[in-house]
Design a protein around this ligand. Structure first.
Ligand SMILES: [Ca+2]
Ligand SMILES: [Ca+2]
Ligand SMILES: [Ca+2]
Length: 427
């Protein structure tokens, strides 16, 4: 039911545009089509209506949500595929914002143009599209993860202080704070202090449920209550992906890739030869792509069975981008790999150092990624260099592209950069 309601792009787009519909199949979740509009069946949402004191209580929370505004890898499938176009020529640095720590976090652009990102100084920052600081919010430890912005503007951010925060832009104060796990040492470095770090995503599912990791895989309701927790044998460091049938896929430092059902029960696992610190990506046909510290990129079926594995020359920590009939991912061997969907190599591009940054593929197949050689690279669809820009430190942050062609990316030089083609019209 959930699967059929959510599987179609057309259905999602339809629901987004004023919820117009031709049949129940066009409506998200369990909503039905009545007089051309998606509505909840009579009584299903009564519990949420103001003043409905005696309304029946639904057994599981149901959220009628529009798509999230932004998140790591641009969506719950983590394809890293932008509907916009990268600059044809080398962009200039339009502005930069200095923070108190490295910016590994990947920026998220809200519907109003506000750019949100975390820093190793422990703060979540909100910057206007002109580069002016709007506000910041201090968590208790380093932020590695990227913000996600729900449809209603709620910003989710994880911190190494073992908490997931739901922050409202209007007040810059948290709506709720959820502690991940019960690790005795919350702050600082080392295995004990890191086990419950919230570095994974978070990912907002099509139904608004928030998925993240720590000492396991977590599903958290939009109201900040726990939906389920799945215990893993190792730290979960990267954002879970969500398949069209609601299966949640996440990697762990116990070397496994897990497929967890929407009810929190394990459907399958797949063993790799090393820590899985890369966020999984889901192709258009449902194939799951994920890298591992065993130097391989794995392609798995939706049931967790191996389709193929491709070996690179180093750890694969970046998330795969899917677009233009290809997947793109960087490796610690300094190379960006373009691999066809059958697992054969199309081409590679060599940067000067390790690649952790996850690539973005634009509407025409151009590719953008950062490297620890301190450069941001833009490649043509055939793998030739279009341009590169040198920043002040490692570029481990995954770049984001706004509709006007502005690129946002962080660097270990503690700055967030906005890069824009000289000829681009000002918004
Ligand atoms: Ca911690
Ligand atoms: Ca391991
Ligand atoms: Ca460097």
């Amino acid at each position: 039911m959930l699967a059929s309601a959510l599987s179609g792009v057309a259905a999602a787009a339809c629901a987004h545009l004023g919820s117009s519909c031709g049949s129940d199949r066009d409506c998200k979740l369990d909503r039905v089509c009545e007089a051309g509009s998606c509505v909840w069946p009579q009584g299903a949402r009564a519990g949420a209506a103001a003043g409905a004191a005696n309304a029946p209580v639904t057994p599981l929370p149901q959220y009628a949500l529009e798509p999230a505004q932004a998140m790591f890898r641009l969506g719950a499938a983590h394809r890293g595929r932008s509907p916009f176009n990268l600059p044809a020529g080398k962009p200039e640095i339009a502005w930069m914002v200095a923070t108190g720590g490295a910016v590994v976090s990947s920026p998220a652009v809200a519907a109003d143009g506000t750019v949100l990102f975390g820093s190793h100084d422990g703060r979540l920052y909100a910057v206007g599209r002109d580069g002016a600081m709007k506000w910041s919010y201090a968590t208790g430890d380093i932020i590695f993860g990227s913000p996600a912005i729900a449809h209603d503007g709620t910003i989710y951010i994880g911190s190494d202080d073992d908490h997931l925060y739901a922050v409202m832009a209007s007040s810059a104060k948290p709506r709720w704070v959820f502690q991940i796990g019960a690790c005795p040492q919350r702050i600082g470095v080392g295995p004990e202090a890191s086990r419950c770090d919230v570095d994974a995503g978070p990912t907002v599912g099509p139904d608004g449920v928030v998925y993240t990791g720590g000492d396991g895989i977590y599903a958290i309701n939009p109201d900040g209550t726990l939906r389920w927790r799945f215990a893993t044998g190792g730290h979960v460091a990267s954002a879970p992906a969500v398949l069209s049938d609601g299966t949640v896929v996440a990697g762990s430092q116990d070397d496994l890739i897990y497929g967890i059902g929407p009810d929190g029960a394990k459907r399958w696992d797949f063993r790799t030869g090393g820590d899985v610190d890369a966020a999984p990506a889901v192709g258009d046909d449902g194939t799951i792509y994920v890298g591992s510290d065993d130097r391989k990129i794995y392609a798995l079926g939706a049931d967790g069975t191996l389709r193929w594995a491709f070996t690179t020359g180093g750890d694969v920590r970046a998330s795969v981008a899917v677009g233009n009939g290809m997947i793109y991912v960087g490796s610690f061997d300094a190379q960006l790999y373009a691999v066809r969907l059958d697992g054969t190599l199309a081409w590679t591009f060599r940067s000067g150092d390790r690649i952790i940054s996850s690539a973005l593929v634009d509407a025409k197949g151009a590719i953008l990624f950062g490297s620890q050689d301190d450069r941001l690279y833009c490649l043509e669809p055939d793998g030739h260099l279009r341009w590169s820009v040198e920043l002040g430190g490692d570029v481990d942050s995954s770049p984001t592209l706004a509709a006007d062609g502005t690129i946002f990316v962080g660097s270990d030089d503690r700055k967030l950069y906005a890069l824009r083609a000289p000829s681009a019209p000002t918004p």
